[in-house]
Write a protein that binds this ligand. Structure first.
Ligand code: HPA
Length: 275
């Protein structure tokens, strides 16, 4: 079976389980999955039950699609993503994006956990992604990526929207360039210094493929990194597990407030991202 037929079969299954027609999809990064558990009147579908949906090899990854209305805006939240390093195959990484596109999603919000490279960043910061560097040494096939070369992957009006919403809600946010590496191991101090000189503000192991495909399919794309730690060599002291957990707890609440406010604001926009 070809990919479009597989995606159609997945969509058909989903349509049999929910009447909700989401406009906004949110990919929840590592440690940020909780957000979907508090959504009111949600329909949760396990990815295992969806025909043709790829399986994650990482144990404990939830793999759920959560459909809900957030302040009357119909959304789809993806809990648990598949990383490129898990399979060395882009298809399972991109499947959720094709699915979102087939479901009629107009806006994609991609979130991730990332290491802070910018020396002014702190653990616990939230960073609105302005652009990305794909250093995985893998690219989408040319015909899919063509359009994203011509314009930016991240939608300018959504970056402004997110920054305005943050100010209005008194949430401090950073902005910066996300560099995607394949991983799965963390970087050396020399690698982080190289990435800093290349213009990266934060580093992670996801996001770059999903966003570039979504943009090439015509979705409006927003990215938010949660800086869970300072990257290797940026901080002199090693963060303890307790500190990281504490940072995570504190950020989760702020992250949920920011995301909710952004989705509410997007709900009042047309598919171009304009009021
Ligand atoms: N490096 C790469 N990926 C990450 C990091 C990091 O320091 N923190 C969270 N994801």
């Amino acid at each position: 079976m070809k990919e479009p037929a597989r995606v159609s079969a997945s969509v058909q299954f989903i349509r049999e389980h929910t009447k909700l027609k989401p406009r906004v999809a949110i990919i929840l990064g590592s440690g940020l999955g909780d957000f979907a558990d508090s959504l009111p009147e949600r329909t949760t579908i396990s990815t295992e039950d969806i025909p043709h949906y790829p399986r994650s090899s990482v144990e404990g990854h939830k793999g759920k699609l959560v459909f809900a209305a957030l302040d009357e805006v119909p959304i789809l939240a993806f809990q648990g993503r598949i990383h490129f390093y898990e399979t060395n195959d882009l298809r399972p990484v991109l499947y959720p994006i094709y699915l979102a596109h087939d479901l009629g999603i107009e806006f994609l919000i991609v979130t991730n956990a990332a290491g802070g490279i910018n020396r002014t960043f702190n653990a616990g910061d939230l960073m609105i992604i302005t652009d990305q560097i794909n250093l995985t040494f893998a690219r989408l096939v040319a015909n899919r990526a063509e359009r994203s070369v011509a314009r930016s992957i991240y939608t300018h009006s959504l970056i402004s929207l997110a920054e305005d919403v943050a100010v209005a809600n008194r949430i401090a946010v950073r902005r910066g360039v996300y560099v995607g590496l394949k991983g799965p191991s963390y970087e050396t101090a020399a690698e982080i210094e190289m990435l800093r000189r290349l213009g990266a503000d934060a580093v992670g192991m996801s996001t770059v493929f999903e966003t570039s495909l979504a943009a090439s399919l015509g979705m409006r794309v927003l990215g938010i990194s949660c800086i869970t730690n300072l990257a290797t060599g940026i901080s002199g002291n090693r963060l303890s597990h307790e500190e990281v957990t504490e940072v995570g707890r504190r950020v989760r609440e702020t992250f949920a407030r920011l995301l909710t406010a952004i989705v509410t604001e997007i709900g009042g926009r047309n598919s171009e991202g304009r009021r």
